[in-house]
Design a protein around this ligand. Sequence first.
Ligand SMILES: CC(=O)SCCNC(=O)CCNC(=O)[C@H](O)C(C)(C)COP(=O)(O)OP(=O)(O)OC[C@H]1O[C@@H](n2cnc3c(N)ncnc32)[C@H](O)[C@@H]1OP(=O)(O)O
Length: 497
Amino acid sequence: MELDRDLCSLQEARNLVRAAREAQEALKDFTQEQVDHIIDMMREAGEANAARLAMMAVSETEMGNYEDKCFKNYFASRTLYDFIKPMKTVGIIREDHEQKLWEIAEPVGVIAGIIPTTNPTSTVIYKAMIALKSRNAIVFSPHPSAVRCTNEAAKIMHQAAVAAGAPEGVIGCILNVSMGATNELMKHPNVAMILATGGSALVKAAYSSGKPALGVGPGNVPAFVERSADLAKAAEYIVMGKTFDNGTICASEQAIVAEDCIADELIGQLKRFGAHFLDSEDVKKVSKVVMLPNGGVNPKVVGKDPKFIAQLAGINIPERTRCLIAPLSGVGPQWPLSYEKLTTVLGFYRVADWHEGCERCFQLLEAGGVGHSLAMHSNNEEVIREFALKKPVNRLLINTPAAMGGVGATTGLAPSFTLGCGTWAGSSVSENVTPLHLLNIKRVAWHLQIPDRKPVEPMTSGGSNERAQTQNQSQTPQVDARMVQEIIKQVMQHLNR
Ligand SMILES: CC(=O)SCCNC(=O)CCNC(=O)[C@H](O)C(C)(C)COP(=O)(O)OP(=O)(O)OC[C@H]1O[C@@H](n2cnc3c(N)ncnc32)[C@H](O)[C@@H]1OP(=O)(O)O
C-alpha cells in the first residue's frame, strides 16, 4: 500500500515535469507583450484571491495570521508585478553601443519550486510570476503540512496564465507529496533549476541534487539599536517586524542588541508597543517549549502568537502582549533562545558600545544566520558604514522592520520571497531573487579597436624596483626594455588591423 502510494507520487512528479517541459517549449517563443499580458492576468488573479488563499493557508498550516497573509499574497502579486513589469526578459534585453555588446535572454526551462509551510501561497504566487516572466515553466513541491493551499494557489496561477494564452501545464504542483517525489522532481533530467525555500535539510537536498539551485534557508537576524537611533521608531519597527505574520518571515528580527546607555529607554518603548519582558524563570519555561534539544525551533510554535506560547509554557502574560522578549547574556546552546525562532519571541542583549554590539551581532549570525540579514537602528552613518563593511550579511536593513525590509516591502530591495544568502550560506546568489536570475544571458561581442596604449616605462633606477631588479639579476635572463616595447607595439598593431 505504502509502496503503491510512493510509486504514484513519483509518477505524478514525472508527469508534471513532462507537461511543464512541453508547455515551456511553446512558451519560449512568446513575445514580450504576450508574456507581460500573462503576468498581468496572474497578478489580477493573485490579488483577487489574496484573502481566500490567506484563509486557506492559516487554517491548514495553523501558522501566521490572516491579515498579514493577505498582505503577503497581495505583495507577491501587485508589488512584485509593478517591479517586474518593466523588465525586459525576451530577445535582446540590452545593447551596449560603446562596448559593442548585445545581451540576449534565454529561459532556463523547467524550474522545480520548493514551497515552505511558513509562506506557502505567497511563495507560489511569487515563484510562478517570476518563472513565467522569464518564459520558464514551474512545478511546485509543497511542504507536507501545506499541500492543499499550495495546490490551490498553483491552480489559480495556472488558470489565470492559461486564460491569458499560456500553454497548459506551464505551472504544476505535486498533490501526493513525499520526499521521494520531491527528490524525483529536483533530480529529473528535464528540470533545469531549483528554487528552494524551506527548512535547512530540504535546501541542502536541493544543493546536493546536482542541479543549479537558488536556495534560502534559515536566518538569525539581529536588530542592533545604536545610541543615535530614534528609540520610539526603533521599538515600533522591531515589534512590527517580529510580529508580522507571527514571525514566519526568515528576515524577521530574532534578537535585539541594544547599547547600554539607551537600553532602559528602549525597553520602555518596546513595552509601549506591546512587548512583554520575561523574567529568568519564564525564560527557562519559554525556552523549553520554543526550542528543541537539538537547537532547532519546535515546529509546534512556529508562526504562533504569544498567547499560544504562554499557554504552552505555563506562564502568565498581559492580555495585549504582541511579542515575548527574553533577556539573554550569551549565544549558544546554553541560551537556546539565541537561535532562530520563527515565532513571536525575541532575545535581548545589552552591550557597552557599538564595538561590542558588532561582536554580539557577529556571534548571533554565526549561530545560524550568516549571509542572511541584519537590522540596524541608527542615525550615525559612520557606525552604519562600519557594520556594512564588517558583517557577513547580504542585507543590512536600516531603520526599518527587518521582516518587511528584507523582502523589499519597506526598502528599495527587489520584492522577493527568496532571499539569496551568498556563498556564506552555500548559495550562488547574494541578493533577492528576481526573473533575471532565471535566465541564461547570451552575449554577442564584437571585435573592438583596442587603443594603442603607451606601455608603462620600465623603471631603470632608484627605489625598491632597483633592489628587486638587482636581486633577480642572478636568476632571470636580462630582457631589453626596448625589445618588450617593440613586441607590445606589434601585438597592438596586429589586434587593430
Ligand atoms: C522570505 C522568506 O521568509 S523564506 C522563509 C524561509 N524559511 C522557512 O521557510 C522556514 C524554514 N522552515 C523550517 O525551518 C521548517 O520547515 C519548520 C520549522 C517551519 C517546520 O519544521 P518541520 O515540519 O519539523 O520540518 P521540515 O519542514 O523541515 O520537514 C518536515 C518533513 O517534511 C518533509 N518535507 C519538507 N518539505 C518537503 C517537500 N517539499 N516535499 C516533501 N517532503 C518535504 C521533510 O523532509 C520532513 O520529513 P521527515 O519528517 O521525514 O524528516
